[in-house]
Ligand binder design. Structure first.
Ligand SMILES: Cc1ncc(C[n+]2csc(CCOP(=O)(O)OP(=O)(O)O)c2C)c(N)n1
Ligand SMILES: [Mg+2]
Length: 549
């Protein structure tokens, strides 16, 4: 059967199980769009390629299946790059399909031409260009395999327009498969021995590749051994936070008591994370390259084991296979006191003190915790996220969709993806005023596809994180961080969403209720006092500490 390249490619996506793809259309890949005509693949059309790429990345985080994003050449690819970077840092499988100039126009700097191998080289696991229509099945299969193999991540396929338009009689590939590494019986035995000898062990859970099953199995392991377990940066949904042995997250604004425990532990059982800068307090919690703590490091990519830290026991395994292997592992814990006090530290850390201003974010989150405990919570970057990290409780995987890459603008697209995947769950995006305006136009996508997400915009009139660092490092010298904002509630209404402004804590519960019940996307603009820069520090306090009154 003869098909054009775009149809061959669209059919390969089906073969590999793709159900949803995110795009901003472009004439450069018009034949691929045509190939999707009448396809069962749900095509979600976005308003910015950054939104589309972030949605695809979030979709993959939520489902464990590769996210698929389609964008046009040059400007489409450059916009989409933020999602590729997040997929790389967050170890998320993503397939980015990018239009490309015709093969007979290459190297002339033709319209919107980019050499994607060079552009995405350091951002993606693999970048290729499909120069022959008969190789589409081969290279697309490899793209899916590569995105999911070992440490998951993004791949980029460039699609010259003549190749997409050309007709050929080619066979489909088979559905892609990936061989996942599992721990050996010897690995599990060494973990058991180290645990049996430990007095102050701590598990640290994170990285990509978690699943509901993996979360259940690691929970069984933690519970049965009274093993205190922390979450890595923005991976707080791996273990039910109500578990008596969940002890908090090791990320930005880490509880100092927990950071001290990481340092004081005699055994760290690290399952999944790379142990990057955010999870190690800028590489200070463990000694480089030889930690003082005994270290079990479980990761699905061999090259990540020993990359920064030399493990006592490196375990090449996915979180899922490791969790399954230790679900029934039992030792006699000699650390009950250590575990109980770690949990007590966490519970104390979750109590919030009143902050300046009429609207207290800590109180708002306390209300949300009661009202929508099963919500999927998304965010981008900024100081407002610290309230979620610190005061929210995640109960099951997946519930937290957030960029460990620290990309502003992630939250709204992620919420759109979350509501597509989990229509029956509440989806709350927690964004900042700076953060929201980066990709907040995807509210239009939520309206278009009738996805009733709730967006909370924490409006403090500034790029708060940067202002905080200014006050710390260059006190009193404020530059480039003030924001004059639109009326966010009116903006939301202009999109066709429900929009309200909230200025007092007492008004939040009713407003939140109206947002949940709106039956369409909703936005609450939360006007907070700029003084309340973190849950424990005020702007003027930071400035005073830094030496200027
Ligand atoms: C795409 C992107 N650009 C810039 C930054 C640097 N940055 C980190 S936090 C921040 C300020 C965030 O401001 P806002 O969303 O208003 O949150 P706030 O800190 O005020 O709560 C900036 C500019 C970033 N992380 N990502
Ligand atoms: Mg702000």
């Amino acid at each position: 059967m003869r098909r054009h390249g775009g149809k061959v490619l669209a059919d390969q996506l089906r073969v590999h199980g793709v159900e949803v793809a995110f795009c901003v259309p472009g004439e450069s890949y018009i034949a691929l769009l045509d190939g999707l005509y009448g396809s069962p693949i749900r095509l979600v059309t976005c308003r910015n390629e950054g939104g589309a790429a972030n949605m695809a990345e979030a979709y993959a985080k939520l489902t464990g299946r590769p996210g698929v994003c389609m964008v046009t050449r040059g400007p489409g690819a450059t916009h989409a790059s933020v999602g590729v970077h997040t997929a790389f840092q967050d170890s998320t499988p993503l397939v980015l399909l990018v239009g490309q100039v015709a093969t007979d126009q290459e190297e002339r700097e033709a319209f919107q031409e980019i050499d994607y191998r060079r552009m995405f080289g350091p951002l993606a696991k693999w970048v290729a260009q499909i120069d022959r229509v008969d190789r589409i099945p081969e290279l697309v299969a490899r793209a899916f395999t590569t995105a999911c193999a070992g440490r998951p991540g993004p791949v980029v396929l460039a699609l010259p327009e003549d190749v997409l338009a050309e007709e050929a009689d080619v066979d489909d590939a088979l559905p892609f498969g990936v061989a996942h590494p599992s721990p050996s019986p010897g690995d599990v035995e060494r973990v058991r021995e180290l645990l049996a000898a430990a007095e102050r062990p701590l598990a640290l859970l994170g990285g990509g590749g978690w699943t509901p099953d993996a979360s259940r199995d690691i929970g069984a392991f933690v519970e049965a051994n009274a093993l205190p377990a922390a979450a890595a940066f923005r991976r707080q949904d791996v273990l039910d936070n109500d578990s008596q042995w969940y002890v908090g997250d090791v990320g930005i604004g880490v509880n100092p008591a927990l950071a001290a425990r990481v340092r004081d532990a005699d055994l760290l059982v690290v399952v999944g994370p790379r142990l990057g800068e955010m999870t190690t307090s800028r590489y200070t919690l463990l000694r480089v390259p030889t930690p003082r703590q005994k270290l079990v490091h479980v990761h699905p990519a061999a090259e990540e084991l020993g990359r920064v830290y030399q493990p006592t026991v490196p375990v090449l395994a996915t979180p899922e296979s490791f969790a399954a292997a230790v679900a029934d592992l039992r030792v006699e814990p000699r650390w009950r006191e250590w575990a109980e006090s770690a949990r007590a530290d966490y519970e104390a850390w979750q109590r919030h003190d009143p902050m300046p201003g009429d609207l207290d974010l800590g109180d708002c989150i306390a209300h949300m915790r009661e009202r929508v405990p099963d919500a999927i919570v998304t965010n981008g970057a900024g100081n407002h996220t610290v309230w979620i990290h610190r005061f929210w409780r995640f109960h099951r995987f997946p519930s937290q969709v957030a960029p460990t890459s620290g990309a502003m603008g992630y939250g709204v697209p992620a919420a759109v993806a979350a509501k597509l995947v989990a229509a029956d769950r509440s989806v709350v995006c927690f964004s900042g005023d700076g953060d929201f305006l980066m990709l907040g136009q995807e509210l239009a996508t939520a309206v278009q596809y009738e996805l009733p997400i709730v967006v909370l915009v924490v409006d403090n009139g500034m790029y708060g994180t940067i202002r905080m660092h200014q006050e710390r490092n260059y006190p009193g010298r404020v530059v480039g961080t003030d924001l004059v904002n639109p009326d966010f509630a009116a903006l939301a209404r202009a999109f066709g969403a429900h929009g309200e402004e909230v200025t007092r804590t007492a008004d939040f519960p009713a407003a939140f209720e109206r947002a949940l019940e709106a039956g369409r996307p909703a936005l609450l603009s939360l006007r907070v006092d700029p003084e309340a820069i973190t849950p424990r520090a005020t702007l003027s306090g930071i400035r005073a500490e830094a030496g200027v009154g």
